[in-house]
Write a protein that binds this ligand. Structure first.
Ligand SMILES: [Zn+2]
Length: 453
């Protein structure tokens, strides 16, 4: 993402320089601009070198500019409109943004403040891109920007402002974003998050990975130095403009001697897609492996001296060390069976998952808003926050997995999984897996490991 930003900034600079030139020159330089855009896009192609290192700036410098003062004076006499492109910067106001674009038009500013659609321009997120057409006198002729929402899947809304005979008009149009495929791989040297940063993985993709493998991998306890991951995900574009990262299409982890794969498979209309392992088993487990996305088990299911009472008993649960305030997730869908204070447990929530299983989350600093008796919770939903209430020697989560109200070691219980793909879907899925494994093999950081797999 960072890499394409860089080239885009270069494009934007180029445009601003172009705007200072008369139209005849604009055409030829616009072609150069287009090739630069195409070049930026090539940076996301499979196996491309790290595009952040590519000499984008050098290309901009090759375009020798003629004496600007004569150009500007020539422009003042011309009636051709400018095409300007700008990005919203942190702390920008409508005034500072228009000013930077060279718009000096109180009528336009007034319209933007009052019009129901145009008003969104006042609160654009920083980084949003605007294109405007401006008269040599600084009057706004038209303006457009893409209003994006991650909930819109592959769509975005284009806001268009146009000058009319008696003022301005605004309209919203739906645009379909073009999906492209990106690939990244990373090796664990210190932590998972350092590795995802090094791999330039967008945060939304990292979050998806945590979620996809939540039933399989405890990201703090299971990963070792030298483990690695590969991921294929969508990025969504509007023409040459990167809009946002999309869904993870496939990912794999090689960790601690294990190998886990997740392949997105959504078949046809009406059926929601899901992640599957290479054999076609649904990856979403009935229970998450850990109620905290990043944590460290400090006490498992074993005999131990109780840290507060000093008694030697079996620890009926698992303790996860985490800073105070860390969100605690329900490990499975269920209904809240208890929510409140119990002396030893402190602030505690018990979730019932059908007639047999329940889970307990103790020592919370705070129970999640609205997490009352009888409330339905989804797997992964935040039900409270790590604390040290009750008999606790420091902030941690005491988690119990109960079978028929008896705390059990979740590691020793085989739990049911969600449904696998149907026989009819399998051949199509296998083809997908073969294709993805071919891509993974191409970008694996360590071919020796792969050969021996
Ligand atoms: Zn405990």
């Amino acid at each position: 993402m960072r890499l394409t930003d860089k080239s885009r900034i270069a494009v934007s600079h180029l445009w601003r320089k172009l705007c200072l030139l008369p139209t005849s020159r604009k055409v030829s330089f616009a072609a150069a601009g287009l090739s630069l855009i195409a070049f930026g896009a090539a940076g996301v192609a499979p196996l491309a070198p790290d595009a952040a290192d590519l000499p984008v700036v050098t290309i901009t410098e090759e375009l020798a500019l003629p004496d600007l003062s004569t150009q500007i004076s020539a422009l003042r006499n011309a009636s051709t409109p400018f095409i300007v492109e700008e990005r919203v910067r942190p702390g920008d106001s409508l005034w500072s943004l228009l000013n930077r674009m060279g718009v000096n038009d109180p009528g336009a500013a007034n319209f933007i403040r009052k019009d129901a659609h145009a008003r969104t321009l006042v609160s654009l997120r920083s980084g949003a891109r605007l294109q405007a057409s401006i008269s040599p006198e600084g009057k706004l002729l038209s303006m457009q920007t893409l209003l994006d929402s991650p909930r819109n899947q592959n769509n975005a809304t284009n806001l268009i402002l146009e000058k009319t005979a008696d003022g301005f008009s605004s309209k919203l149009t739906q645009v379909t974003l073009e999906p492209r495929v990106e690939m990244r791989s990373g090796e664990i040297r210190s932590s998972f998050f350092v590795a995802t940063d090094m791999a330039q993985l967008p945060d939304t993709v990292t979050e998806q990975l945590l979620e996809i493998f939540a039933g399989d991998i405890d990201f703090a306890a299971d990963l070792r130095k030298g483990d690695y991951f590969q991921v294929i995900y969508q990025s969504l574009w509007h023409g040459s403009e990167f809009v946002r990262s999309g869904r993870v299409l496939a990912a794999e982890f090689h960790y601690n001697g294990n190998h886990r794969q997740a392949i997105w498979f959504g078949t046809g209309e009406g059926r929601r897609g899901d992640y599957y392992d290479a054999s076609g088993n649904a990856l979403k487990k009935t229970f998450l492996k850990s109620p905290l996305p990043m944590s460290r088990i400090t006490s498992g299911f074993a005999m131990r001296m109780h840290p507060v009472s000093g008694e030697w008993t079996q620890h009926k649960g698992i303790d996860f060390a985490a800073p105070e305030g860390t969100p605690i997730r329900a490990t499975a869908d269920g209904v809240i069976d208890f929510s409140g204070v119990q002396s030893g447990y402190g602030n505690v929530v018990i979730v019932k998952h059908g007639p047999v299983y329940s889970t307990l989350y103790a020592h919370m600093s705070r129970i999640g808003t609205g997490m009352r008796l009888g409330r339905r919770v989804a797997q992964g939903e935040v039900i409270g926050y790590v604390g040290s209430t009750g008999w606790s020697s420091g902030p941690h989560l005491h988690y119990e997995f109960r079978v028929n109200n008896e705390a059990r070691d979740p590691g020793t219980i085989t739990l049911p999984q969600t449904v696998a793909l149907s026989a009819a879907e399998l051949p199509h899925f296998r083809k997908r897996v073969a294709n993805i494994n071919h891509r993974f093999a191409m970008m694996a950081p360590n071919p020796v490991t792969l050969a021996s797999r």
